[in-house]
Design a protein around this ligand. Sequence first.
Ligand code: AMP
Length: 493
Amino acid sequence: MKRHIKILKKKLRNFNQKINEECGVFGISNAKDASALTALGLHALQHRGQEGCGIVSFDGNHYFSEKRFGLVGDNFNKEKVLKRLKGNYAIGHNRYSTTGENTLRNIQPFFADTNAGGIGVAHNGNLTNSILLRNKLVEEGAIFYTTSDTETIVQLIAKSKRKKTIDKIIDAIFQIQGGYALVMLTQNSLIGVRDPYGIRPLIIGKLNNSYVLASETCALDIIGAKFIREVENGEIVFIENDKLISVKPFSPRKIRPCVFEYIYFSRPDSILNGKSAYEHRKNFGIELAKENNLKADIVVPVPDSGNAAALGFAQHLGMKFELGLIRNHYVGRTFIEPSQKIRSLGVKLKLNANQSTIKGKKIILIDDSLVRGTTSHKIIKMLYDAGAKEVHMKIACPEIKFPDFYGVDTPTKKELLAANKTNNEICEYIGAKSLNFLTLNGLYKAVGFDKRNDNYPQLTDHYFTGDYPVKPVDELGDNKVTQLSLLNTGYNN
Ligand code: AMP
């Protein structure tokens, strides 16, 4: 029985952790082609999730919903589909998840009827106490239709005894913990919510008289909207027609956005704290060069994740930058593959050595991060097989030693290479001649923060430090788990 509970607990934890990772959210108010603009916004945010996408719109009387597996461009490219999504208000979601539960019912936005009217919810992030909340709700008689922690938020809103939607939402967000950026659609408003530490990103833009909410600024650029500001940490914004009302229900806390948005996740042209992610990443490369000024024949990036850092590194040291690896652009991100075996295959499918540039060369190979080491291991072998003389690996972030629970897909501590091996052991495992990581100091310098500042840490950087701003309650607790018996067939709405 004990073992049975343990297995169920692991299962539910996996479900809860894997469902809302790294998603992209978008919403627009008061716009004639709201659903088409949402489809464009989601297309710009496609890198945040490629597994499924959905749009919910509202025309003043009715809500409309379309959800699909796969890419936005393949699914929301037809007038027929967009025409069904009527109304001047719309929200959308790109979903990323890895294993299991690849069913249509888990694709967002979710929709529910509450006693204050209909509500659509799109969520990026991961709740750290959703098992606890879900169990409580189930004990009280709630029926769950999905395995997603987003449904927990919807249930909490629906269950609130308060009358006004805003109060219901406040009721719900006081109970949830973790990293979250929510975009919601009610009968009279578009709503954005960002978690108390601002771990997950959410920004506000304007297109004529329309307000736009999105995960990243690149979603504004595509529709010609202007960037206004970030939704602040712990802020709720209510948008009705062309008015925006800000509510801050939490006691003030300093903002600590997720460092991985800077390192890997955001699109290079998106703005983070006043600078493009591209500039930040180039600066990581510059700091890396200052810390390790080894000379070699060429600097080669792991495309595309290492491009900006490698460019910064090479420019700083006046070294030659070469494309020693060529990427096949018709393969998704490596991590999308659900198993370690397939993931290993994924690297081969995606990259090939560019023999003409690397043969006989001493190479500095640069990537943004090293997680399991799968990518580096394969690529270094590929470079040596293609005739490289020496391959020195440099990673443009510190050693990842701690897993994430706020919505980025990092594996368990057991699988994190740097959590279990010394630098020399990792170097041997990946087959490099030498290996260096950017220091945490260097990372903070590159972003323009100072580690000695009173305000430190300015980022959620637990990956390197183990400093989790929000306690991962479900991970630490011993919650009895409600049995899940989901029918794995999906549904059509
Ligand atoms: P690994 O091969 O396991 O060492 O992972 C490192 C590679 O995966 C690097 O090329 C990164 O750009 C990429 N990567 C790092 N973190 C993530 C993530 N959370 N999701 C998808 N890809 C990632």
